[in-house]
Design a protein around this ligand. Structure first.
Ligand code: ADP
Ligand code: MG
Length: 292
């Protein structure tokens, strides 16, 4: 039978906005040695907005935004949402995209007005043999500010850079501080580039970062740490995070997470605040003491 103290704690957690989906997780939470945090939507607000548009090679800013909005019409990525919102705000209408293809962790490809269009990170450009060496300096500069820059290529020539900014949540820094005080090792994991990832991590007080991790590889990062003896908590919000949440000793889905992510989580944080993670750990420790 479930000890009464666990039932009481599960009830108390619910009042705090922390849904415990299995009683065992409540007891494991206090034993975590390492917490992996996904960047987008976990450390950050998860609502990116367009912060920079730079047009080059004879393209105008409007053209760059129009083409990127057209290609992103078929994408469900949060980055696509930012681009489409900006186009709408400026009254720019997307064209129809043909042969749309999303390249996980890299970007999107399509044919727009009979031109081959690629939009994504430098790795995507390399994959498609688009020479973008001349843009590494502005790309770096934007990344250092914590923005996520993406390159637009039209018929294998760079047409512009579009960057989005996704600020950290207002209590992320405080939550990280508390987790550190609890003696927990903190690692931020993201598909974003290393420079942007480090800038965002720095703002939140996180020193360990794994960047350019493909969506399907996040679970492998969890496993690697477990094999080194860590008891791993994974906090994430996206569909991409479901396998990593399932692999973790404690999978924690945060905020307005997708149904898929919630299905594979042991704990669900309702209001999106990272502060609930150190709070859940405290509660877990108190519960385990009561059981003894
Ligand atoms: P995250 O960890 O933030 O969820 P992803 O693994 O989904 O990141 O994507 C990694 C990188 O690939 C993004 O930072 C971006 O540069 C590029 N990318 C992914 N999807 C898109 C898209 N729909 N449009 C443009 N770029 C994209
Ligand atoms: Mg993601």
């Amino acid at each position: 039978a479930t000890p009464i103290s666990v039932m009481v704690s599960v009830g108390r957690a619910a009042q705090m906005g922390i849904l415990i989906r299995n009683g065992e997780a409540l007891q494991t939470a206090g034993k975590m040695t390492c917490v992996i945090l996904d960047k987008t939507g976990t450390v950050t607000e998860g609502k990116p907005s367009v912060s920079t548009i730079e047009a080059v090679n004879g393209f105008s800013e409007e053209q760059v935004l129009q083409i990127t909005a057209s290609i992103e019409s078929g994408s469900e990525h949060p980055l696509a949402g930012a681009i489409l919102a900006e186009a709408e705000r400026r009254g720019i209408k997307p064209s129809r995209a043909r042969r749309f293809q999303a390249v996980a962790g890299h970007g999107v490809c399509a044919e727009i007005d009979k031109r081959q269009v690629y939009f994504g990170n430098t790795a995507l450009m390399a994959q498609k043999d688009v020479d973008c060496a001349a843009y590494s300096e502005p790309m770096q500069a934007l990344s250092k500010q914590g923005q996520t820059p993406m390159l637009l290529a039209v018929d294998n020539e760079i047409a512009g850079i579009v960057a989005v900014a996704d600020p950290i949540k207002k209590d992320s820094e405080q939550a990280i501080k508390q987790l550190k005080e609890q003696g927990i090792r903190i690692i931020m994991v993201t598909g974003d580039n290393e420079v942007t990832a480090k800038a965002i991590a720095g703002q939140a007080g996180i020193s360990e970062v794994r960047a350019q991790v493909l969506p399907q590889d996040k679970a492998a990062v969890v496993k690697e740490l477990q094999e080194r003896g860590e008891k791993v908590g994974m906090v994430g919000d996206g569909i991409n995070d479901a396998p990593a949440l399932a692999q973790a000793d404690v999978g924690i889905a945060i905020g307005t997470g997708t149904d898929v992510a919630i299905e594979s989580a042991d704990v669900v944080i309702l209001q999106g605040s990272l502060m609930k993670v150190p709070e859940a750990i405290e509660l877990s420790k108190a519960t385990v003491i009561n059981i003894k």
